[in-house]
Ligand binder design. Structure first.
Ligand SMILES: [Zn+2]
Length: 262
């Protein structure tokens, strides 16, 4: 049951810092996040570049002269770069999340992919639908393609479960309170666990279990919940640890009682 492959995600000695410290990313994850953000920004710039090229083609009468192919290719290439940028940006936010203290900054940082995608595709959709030089059929096809690109771009850019420093801090503290400094999770799971023996992750379908700090778990997978079964067990163990005396000293007490009785 428990001879699963356990992969340690920790790449730095995780300091067991005081429980009420604000969570901070490791230096390694911080620099990774910067790299991802730079690449995301470049990908978005390329997407907007292709979108502007598409607008110029449309306005220049290319669709009337040469058909829709070129414009469709430009839209698809722009979408690929936009989505790549969106996914990298969200990954960076998991590695190095924003703080909820500044609500506006928090919203912009987490939803930037959706904002950029709207900026990239919405003008194109409007220009296609209002263009007087292309016929109705072309308008329908190009409008649908650009509209789909807008939806996919914004959809992949939205973060419905945006990570925050506060959330990472709170969850790390909770695990710390229960007496643990690392957690376990699987590739497909939606919760992290305190025990690698937990029935939810140590089933027959699992062949690899990951372990690391709460922050590392969240950087790896966007998991925001502690397994309730593990939490219950940890609470029980914590209580019994406080209530029970050390078994050795209990034995010693019994022995002393026996001696007294004799
Ligand atoms: Zn569990």
């Amino acid at each position: 049951m428990s001879d699963k492959k356990i992969t340690k995600v920790t790449n730095e000695a995780s300091s067991s810092s005081a429980a009420n410290d604000t969570w901070k990313p490791t230096e390694d994850n911080k620099s990774k996040a910067i790299t991802f953000r730079v690449i995301a920004a470049i990908a978005w710039a390329i997407a907007i570049g292709f979108e502007i090229w598409g607008i110029l083609k449309l306005k220049g009468g290319d669709v009337q002269e040469n058909g829709m192919t070129m414009l469709i290719i430009l839209i698809v290439v722009a979408l690929i770069f936009a989505v790549a940028g969106n996914l990298l940006w969200k990954k960076a936010n998991k590695l190095d999340p924003a703080s909820k203290k500044n609500k506006f900054k928090f919203w912009v940082q987490n939803q930037l992919g959706a904002i950029i995608s709207a900026v990239a595709f919405l003008p194109l959709v409007i220009l296609i639908l209002t263009d007087k030089n292309i016929d109705g059929k072309q308008k329908g096809i190009l409008g649908a393609i650009a509209g789909a690109a807008l939806l996919i771009g914004v959809g992949t850019g939205i973060d419905f479960n945006p990570p925050s420093v506060e959330q990472y801090t709170e969850e790390t503290q909770r695990v710390d309170d229960l007496g643990f400094n690392s957690v376990f999770w699987t590739k497909s799971g939606t919760k992290y666990h305190l025990y690698n023996t937990c029935g939810y992750i140590n089933g027959d379908r699992t062949n690899e279990i990951f372990t690391g700090t709460v922050g590392e778990c969240k950087a790896d997978k966007n998991i925001s919940e502690l397994c309730s079964r593990c939490e219950g067990q940890a609470e029980k163990e914590k209580e019994s640890n406080i209530l029970d005396l050390d078994p050795d000293s209990e034995e010693l007490l019994d022995l002393e009682e026996d001696l007294d009785a004799a």
